[in-house]
Design a protein around this ligand. Structure first.
Ligand code: PFF
Length: 497
């Protein structure tokens, strides 16, 4: 295998910031507040924290151990456990790769909105502005309409930004994350402070946090909590494995995992204040209930928020801050996914970093063009559903299964503890052997059964086959082929060494 230019983090802080940057994203300022409200406000926070400690943190520690103690990007770390398992690492990063193809497109929307904010270009009807002008949305998933040039331009800029951010791997990322983590945090605090001073803001907060304790007895709240914890911590896509592989040998993994997980949870909690304070204000303005103005997903950021911005003092400034926050929140999640993939490619094929970055970005950009067409939103929604759920639960399940049942779990726990100030007890073995795999398989089966009973989002079955099952089948087949390649590369390396 040719020598690869492996870079290390410039400091422990850089690693922590990079991992926090990957973990905090749209999941914290959109998904968490919305899901939290839906599943009982304060009660959900309890379910969230329980899931975080029972399954999220153990899985994060497991990924750190794979990357740092076993050593390598996801494919290499799994191949080192056993050559039978290299494909699992590839599956994780391939799913991550497919996610980046559309993640960058959402960033392109946000970049366009950043420009629109200066003149509040969405006018008095942000809904038709978003669907008709920005997306050029057609009437069905089969009708591609036309490619939206402004989205393609935004997409090119996003890819250049991503490639530059990871240009020399951990070395460049170490510098970039000081900005991409602190800027969205500063903006978030500004928006929360501003939001809380608006009339009726408190109504929104009450709505967000009032606990419905009886919800804790329902299985759905637990399902939602585990899903949110996994998604938010960025586990299951090989990102945290790759990031940990750039750590020096004697790193403390347990402490790092705790800091990262708790910062992520805190950001989500604060994110809720930013969202619900303005929703409370807007509901008061319209004389309707908060429930009526609350939306999830693209609607919240690209329709509801612009609509609210129209009614705020300092409207253009708030718009600029809001979309800048979305962009800086998203960029480090996006480049972490790319870095996880690039690291796997480089360690398997011995390719040079610069070329690998550009190659991966070019392929992802070309695939991303599909999402800039008039049917883009439909495909994005469909592929996202399959990839996120499959990636999170299937890979989480396989990781825990391999480490819990096919390797010496106790030895891995000792390896983790060797350089960690806070030691993990035997509870970690129980979490890895039972809690994480059981939670993941239950979530995986329930989402697969759900999809079989009722197609996701009411899309036609053929679209589901192409955007869901076919893509997953491609990922699995590629993972098996590439896994063999990783094993070969490791053999060559060990015979050379
Ligand atoms: N954790 C991110 C969020 O909460 O928005 C989403 C994400 C980013 C998931 C990167 C996975 C990943 F590898």
């Amino acid at each position: 295998m040719a020598q690869t230019e492996k870079a290390y983090w410039s400091s422990r802080t850089a690693f922590i910031l990079a991992s926090i940057g990957s973990a905090i994203g749209l999941g914290n300022v959109w998904r968490f507040p919305y899901i939290c409200y839906k599943y009982g406000g304060g009660a959900f926070i309890i379910a969230y924290l329980v899931s975080l400690f029972l399954a999220g943190i153990p899985l994060l520690i497991l990924e750190f151990a794979l990357g740092q103690r076993i050593g390598g990007s996801a494919p290499v770390a799994f191949a080192k456990l056993s050559k039978k398992f290299a494909w699992i690492g590839w599956l994780a990063i391939l799913v991550g790769f497919f996610i980046t193809t559309y993640y960058a497109v959402i960033m392109s929307w946000a970049a366009n909105y950043l420009v629109y904010s200066f003149k509040l270009s969405w006018g008095s009807d942000p809904k038709s502005f978003f669907f008709d002008k920005v997306l050029g949305l057609t009437d069905s998933i089969a009708n591609f309409g036309s490619i939206q040039t402004h989205l393609v331009i935004g997409l090119i800029i996003m890819w250049v930004w991503i490639v530059l951010s990871i240009w020399k791997g951990a070395k460049t990322v170490s510098k970039v994350v000081y900005f991409t983590v602190t800027i969205p945090w500063l903006i978030l605090i500004t928006l929360v402070t501003g939001g809380l001073t608006l009339p009726n803001a408190f109504e929104g907060i009450k709505y967000y946090l009032t606990p419905k304790w009886s919800m804790l007895l329902k299985p759905q709240i637990w399902q939602a909590a585990f899903t949110q914890v996994f998604f938010s911590l960025s586990v299951g896509f090989g990102v945290m494995i790759a990031y940990a592989s750039f750590l020096p040998p004697k790193s403390d993994l347990v402490n790092n995992a705790m800091i990262i997980a708790l910062s992520d949870a805190a950001t989500a909690y604060v994110g809720g204040f930013a969202v619900f304070s303005v929703l409370g204000y807007y509901a008061g303005l319209q004389g309707v209930e908060v429930a009526k103005v609350m939306k999830s997903g693209p609607e919240l950021a690209f329709i509801t928020y612009p609509e609210i911005i129209n009614h705020l003092p300092l409207a253009p400034l708030v718009g600029v801050l809001f979309f800048l926050m979305l962009l800086t929140l998203a960029i480090d999640s996006a480049f972490s996914l790319v870095e996880g993939f690039v690291a796997g490619v480089m360690e398997t094929f011995g390719t040079r970093r610069g070329r690998t970055n550009i190659f991966v970005a070019a392929v992802a950009f070309l695939i991303g063009i599909i999402y800039t067409t008039g049917a883009g939103l439909y495909w994005l929604d469909l592929v996202d559903h399959y990839m996120t759920f499959f990636g999170l639960f299937a890979v989480g399940f396989l990781e825990a299964l391999v480490v819990g049942w096919f390797t010496d779990t106790e030895k891995i726990r000792e390896m983790i503890n060797a350089h960690s100030i806070v030691k993990i007890g035997k509870w970690w073995n129980v979490a890895v052997k039972f809690l994480v795999p059981i939670a993941s398989i239950v979530l995986l089966l329930s989402s697969v059964i759900g999809i079989i009973i009722k197609p996701y989002g009411g899309y036609p079955r053929w679209a589901e086959l192409v955007g869901g099952w076919l893509l997953l089948a491609i990922a699995v087949i590629l993972a098996i082929i590439l896994g063999k390649q990783t094993v070969k590369a490791l053999k060559v390396k060990s015979s050379e060494g």
